[in-house]
Design a protein around this ligand. Structure first.
Ligand code: PLP
Length: 380
């Protein structure tokens, strides 16, 4: 008789690193043996200001000591300040705070269905937007969507960045179209400014709401506050999470005045959304990004990687700012090699593309360590 193995108390989700992580500082994390690891995975693209930035830690600690939590049933100065700061940073007019990326996207899609009265959505091949049901409806990942096919909202799926397909698409009956301005999980896929402008024009023509999922591309990562500024297109809604509060769980649905004006009190809501701890962390995050020149650092670091990886096993550096893809025919072996040198990078849905999404204050020392390690890689 075979004995069943005991189930772990913690349900398995992602395949974890082969070490126990106990501490983080700037662009490095440390394991339980005191070994340092260069974090080009950025804590899952979350740690925009680096691990445990002292200003973020202080803001969170001070806030916890004065008021750990009250829901939106009470008006809080810290929440009002956070709303003013993030809308100004993003160039939008109004914000609804929630707790995660999927929740931000779920609410954005719900708003599109609610305000237009339409029943269909549109999204793009390779797009990834989260694990709740509306977010799954617009996600191109059969492994997680197929069990729920019958529960999903009908969605028109178009090829990303393709002008001809966009011109031919019929958006009548489409409530909202959602996209990652740079498709991350798909392997760091970009589109042209021209395509973004054509998409905006198409949405205007059909009364479809344009939703940018900036959960990875926002908060300065591309060298501009949001991708909306980089591509010169103002969407109707922007969703944010991940780097928004440097790792304190937080999501945001940023919107234009015309969307906000059509929403009634009570259409959206959340117990924890806009909690004081997350709002304090958001304020400190924007402060650090702006006062420490992190968007400029993202641009400079990207330029350096592009230049210094030429002639290595990496044949192409994809993406913008510090959301980068390293294309290599030997991506899997390269990832293992980097791991053996205590460098963490991400994989992607494209087996030839590794992803870099380090803290925006990634140091010169980290960059040179990565560049040296890549040049030292011996092709199998
Ligand atoms: C582009 C994008 N959208 C949405 C999500 C979902 O965010 P969360 O895991 O916070 O629900 C993710 C998460 O990886 C993401 O990368």
């Amino acid at each position: 008789m075979t004995m069943a193995l005991p189930l772990p108390a913690l349900l398995p989700t992602y395949a974890p690193y082969p070490f126990l992580l106990v501490r983080g500082e700037g662009d490095r994390v440390f394991d339980d043996r005191g070994q340092a690891w260069w974090d080009f995975y950025g804590g899952h693209c979350v740690c925009a200001t680096g691990h445990s930035h002292p200003k973020v830690v202080k803001a969170v600690t001070d806030q916890a000591a004065s008021l750990l939590f009250y829901s939106a049933a009470a008006a809080l100065p810290v929440r009002d300040q956070a709303a003013t700061r993030i809308t100004a940073f993003a160039g939008m007019d109004s914000v609804f705070f929630c707790n995660s990326g999927a929740e931000a996207n779920e609410n954005a899609l719900k708003v599109a269905l609610l305000l237009t009265g339409r029943k269909k959505l549109a999204s793009f091949e390779g797009g990834w937007h989260g694990r709740t049901l509306l977010a799954l409806s617009v996600t191109d990942d059969p492994k997680i969507t197929e069990p729920f096919t019958d529960q999903l909202v009908p969605t028109l799926r178009l090829p990303f960045g393709n002008l001809t397909a966009l011109a031919a698409a019929d958006f009548s009956g489409i409530a909202g179209v959602i996209l990652e301005p740079i498709q991350s999980m798909a392997g760091i896929k970009t589109a042209s400014r021209e395509w973004f402008q054509a998409l905006r024009a198409k949405c205007d023509e059909f009364g479809t709401l344009l939703i940018f999922d900036e959960i990875q591309t926002g908060m300065g990562r591309l060298g501009t506050p949001f991708a909306a500024q980089l591509y010169g297109v103002r969407p109707d809604l922007i969703t944010s999470a991940k780097g928004l509060a440097s790792g304190v769980p937080m999501g945001a649905l940023l919107m234009s005045a015309s969307v906000a004006a059509k929403l009634q009190g009570g259409d959206l809501g959340s117990t924890f959304g806009g909690g004081p701890l997350a709002c304090a962390a958001l304020l400190a995050t924007v402060d650090v990004i702006e006062s420490e020149g992190l968007m400029a650092n993202a641009r400079t670091a990207a330029a350096r990687l592009r230049q210094e990886l030429t002639g290595s096993v990496v044949t192409e550096v994809l993406g913008e700012g510090l959301l980068l893809g390293l294309r290599s025919a030997h991506a899997a072996a390269l990832k293992k090699h980097l791991m053996s040198r205590n460098i963490l990078v991400g994989g992607s849905g494209d087996p030839t593309v590794l992803r870099l999404m380090p803290p925006l204050n990634v140091s010169g020392e980290a960059l040179i360590t990565l560049i040296t390690a890549i040049h030292a890689f011996a092709k199998p």
